[in-house]
Design a protein around this ligand. Structure first.
Ligand SMILES: *[C@@H]1O[C@H](CO)[C@@H](O)[C@H](O)[C@H]1NC(C)=O
Length: 329
């Protein structure tokens, strides 16, 4: 994506899953629903258990974010009512330095037939015209997972406090006959190839993990490609796919749409079965809508990890201020 440097736009989209209480009551970060806990407030959150440096919400459960006109915007999956996964909204904080944060009101919360049962993870994209768009998974009135979009109510508000979900064009992508609408979520940031915008959505077919690729010319109508960008048998549901270029000739980060000769691509997926994620490095063939991991890459459970330890549903963004790719998890 080409971001106007004059506006110093930066767009962060991340998924952070952190149990706020270091005592997790045996409850893990996941989409598993614990009705008995999901609206139960944490009675005490001691300062001792808070991070001194990394972002944390005021209290409770956290997981997803964005950034614009010189300030970083963090949207994250947040349960306003309880300390386990449930009641999920897109909370919103902003920062000039990624250290000091100001909490704003939630950006996206269930309100429409296409997201009334949930506003789950997704990603933000700042298009070259300077307009940010959030793609997110909504759970519709029938319990089906669909992909929606939201835009700022007022793009001249530097804080982008209010977000709207236009009636026209939502839901943006629904499961077709091939896709199981109960396992279809977490759209990526859009990237540009010859004449098209592209997004991935995580899924599974039986026990095969799948990253479906959707393409659009006008950013409104999205068409699934004949084959997924990539799939791997016996890896189960793929959540929060992340797909971005890395340079083979220098150490600076690259924006999502950089498709030069000296790039490799990284495909990272989060395996829902064990809440573990891995990535491969490979070659992206944009004309064939195909990604092929390099020879020798371990494409499955024993694959490379971004972080060893408990780290899940990560998302990266390109920071155009410091020319780096930052991963949040
Ligand atoms: C669709 O996914 C759900 C949730 O994982 C699963 O229970 C169901 O069996 C799947 N349906 C089909 C037809 O595979």
């Amino acid at each position: 994506m080409e971001v106007s440097k004059s506006l110093r736009l930066c767009l962060i989209v991340w998924n952070v899953i952190i149990a706020i209480l270091s005592l997790n009551n045996g409850v893990e970060a996941s989409h598993r629903i614990y009705p008995e806990y999901e609206s139960l407030a944490a009675s005490t959150v001691r300062q001792l258990h808070r991070t001194g440096y990394h972002f944390q919400p005021p209290q409770h459960w956290l997981n997803a974010p964005m950034c614009f006109k010189g300030s970083y915007h963090l949207f994250y999956q947040y349960n306003p009512k309880g300390s386990v996964w449930g009641n999920i909204v897109w909370a919103h904080s902003i920062s000039m330095d990624l250290v000091n944060w100001e909490a704003l009101e939630p950006a996206i919360f269930p309100s429409e037939p296409f997201d009334i049962k949930g506003t789950w993870s997704g990603s933000a994209t700042v298009y070259p015209d300077g307009n940010p768009v959030i793609y997110y998974t909504g759970v519709d009135a029938k319990g089906q997972q669909v992909q929606n979009y939201a835009i700022p109510a007022d793009v001249t508000d530097k804080k982008l406090r209010k977000w709207v979900k236009p009636k026209e064009g939502n839901p943006m992508v629904v499961a077709d006959k091939e896709i199981n609408g109960s396992t279809f979520r977490d759209p990526t940031t859009a990237w540009q190839t010859n004449g098209h915008w592209n997004i991935l959505v995580g899924s599974r077919k039986g026990s095969t993990g799948v990253a479906y690729l959707f393409k659009s010319k006008d950013k409104k109508t999205w068409t699934k490609t004949a084959r997924p960008l990539h799939e791997v048998p016996n890896t189960g549901m793929w959540e929060c796919p992340d797909f971005f270029p890395v340079s083979t000739s220098h150490e600076k980060g690259l924006d999502f749409s950089e498709l030069r000769k000296d790039v490799k691509h990284v495909l990272k997926v989060s395996l829902d079965v064990t809440r573990f994620e891995y990535y491969t490095i490979g070659t992206y063939f944009p004309d064939q809508d195909k990604y092929v991991p390099d020879k020798g890459q371990v494409d499955g459970w024993d694959g490379l990890k971004l972080v060893y330890g408990n780290f899940y549903a990560s998302k990266s963004f390109y920071d155009p201020v410091k020319f780096r790719r930052v991963v949040w998890g």
